[in-house]
Every structure is written in C-alpha cells, then in structure tokens.
Design a protein around this ligand. Sequence first.
Ligand SMILES: [Zn+2]
Length: 353
Amino acid sequence: MNLAKALRTALVGAVACASLTGGLALTERTASAAVKTFTASANLDGRTVKKVDIKVGKQRVSDMYPKGSSVSIVCQSPGEDYAGNNIWDLTTDGVWVPDKYVKTGSSGYVMGKCSIPKSYKAKADLNGRQKKGQDNNAPGAVVDKYKAGQSVKVTCQATAKGAIWDKTTDNLWVPDKYLKTGTDDFVQGLPRCDTDGVSAGGGGGDDSGSASNLRTPFDCGQSWTAKTYRKHRPQNAVDFQAPNAHGKNVRSSAPGTVVTVANRGSTSYGRYIVIDHGSGVRTLYAHLSSQNVRKGQRVKTGTIIGKVGNTGGSSGPHLHYEQIKNGTPVRVKLNGLAIAYYGATGIKSSTGC
Ligand SMILES: [Zn+2]
C-alpha cells in the first residue's frame, strides 16, 4: 500500500488544537454497508419530521450538523419540498436532514428508500401506553394490545426514564426491550419521535447512541475542563485541560480493544491511541507524552493507556479526545451527559471511583 493510500485508509485526522494547520479531515470508517457518510454544505438542523417550517424544540434540533461536518445517512425518503428538492436523509442519529444540503454528489437518491414503519415481534404480552415511559397499568393503557409473538409496527423511537420506547402505528407506546428489534440500541433507519435525548452532532439518549457508556478518561476525583470550539479539527473533538496536566494518567473511556498506537511526530495527533468499543464506537486520545498499551490489547473502563502530553500539533499539555461513531467524530458525552458545544464544561472524573 502506498503512503497516500495508507493515509486515506488509516486515521488521518489533521488535529490542530492550539495551532490550527487545517488540512485533512478525519476519514476513518468502520465497515457498515448500510451507512454512508457525507459532508453538510450548510449548518443543518435535525428534524423528527420531514417538514421545513417547524419550530426549534421537540421536533427540531438547531445546527445539529455544522457546515462542513460529517453526516452519516442510513436511508432516504420523500418529504416536504425544501429549496426545490423533496428528498430527506435519515441520519444515524435518527433525525431527518434536507438532502439539498448534504453533499451526496447527486440531487437524486443515492441510498435505499427508508422502510417505515418497521415490524418487530413482541417478546411478551404488552400493554400499549398512551405516553412513553408510562407504567404497564397507567391510565389509558390498552391491556394486552400486543400478544407475545405478534408483529408490532413501529413508526419511531424515543427515550424515557433512561430506556428506549417505541411508538406504534396504533399511536401507542411500548418499551423497546420487549420487542425483538435485534439490538438494544436505537434501530438504524427508524427516526426519533421527539428530540428528547438527541444532542447535536450525534449520539442520543442515555446510551450515547451505543452500548458503551463512555467515561471521563481520567483518575477518579480529578477536575478537568472540557473545551470545544468551532475551529477544532475535527469539530466535535474535545480538549481536556487542567493545571499541571502533563503526565497525568489517561484512562480508557470504556472496555474495548486498542486498534491504534501511533506517533505522528511533531504534527497532528502526535502520540495517539484509538480504542474500539464495539457497535461502531471508538475513542481517540492524542498528544500523549507516553503510550502504555499495545495494538490488539484488551482494556477495561479506566485502564491506564498513557499519559497526558504535548506531542504533535499542540501548544501546551492537554488531552485531545474524540468519540467516534461509525467513523464519524460525534459530540462528546461523558457518563451519558452532554458537554457544551461550543464552550467549556467543568468535569470531575468518577471513573474507577
Ligand atoms: Zn484538540
């Protein structure tokens, strides 16, 4: 493999934390035939309906995909006309964006049409609830609406009380854990019913859009400031800063396998590590002063993988950190909590406490 190909194939983040150099974008991908990743040509709101004029709120997240950021698409569907194009793209976050502003290279369909509703068999007799999160016998619940083994048609999904709920074609709600969807996560290709738990830039709900609960990558009790800024490369990355940061332990955010231990010298990430947590979720740790793990090594939540440093394109000791979903850096959540974009969030690590 020649160098150019190797670079395209490998992780090629041109990170410029303090010294912006621009250049290549992160293009690492995991194999996922059903999903294609494109670039937003404008700041894009995420919508739960394929309609243009709706208020920002329950059905619309403002600037969910900033101009130039990656948008991972599962399928496409016709909807309300938006600036001369009626195609809407359903993202891996379960929201719709107007295809007009996604650089797919075509004004027509480039993906399969979305298949909604989707049918899943009930694992048990289920009462249909009027609202998501309601108890089995809440007022208005339709007793044994869905029998065990019966197909239940789901139109959208949402979070309530820390769990995923499915809305059926009968306009009733059932807990997702009682339907055989084939995943404990949100189903790719079903939209969200509302924006509860949807955060700009990806992930959703209490599970960060994955099975992994990604933790603050530092020692128990340490205080750090998580800084985000629009000119960061990639934009959803976080720079963790703290007094006397140099040499502090960097810990794995979740169990996984180390897939990259590399050194870019005085450029980009410098010494960095990538850990694969499964389900298309990876975390990346850069500018390290030392790397304490090897490629292929299994790690647990809180395993010390290296030390904070100032290697690569960095102007002071800090940890450059990314959470990556299906090859796309997403907005960082720590222990299920969204951090501020764009700004500074104070974090006290509870990892390994
Ligand atoms: Zn950075």
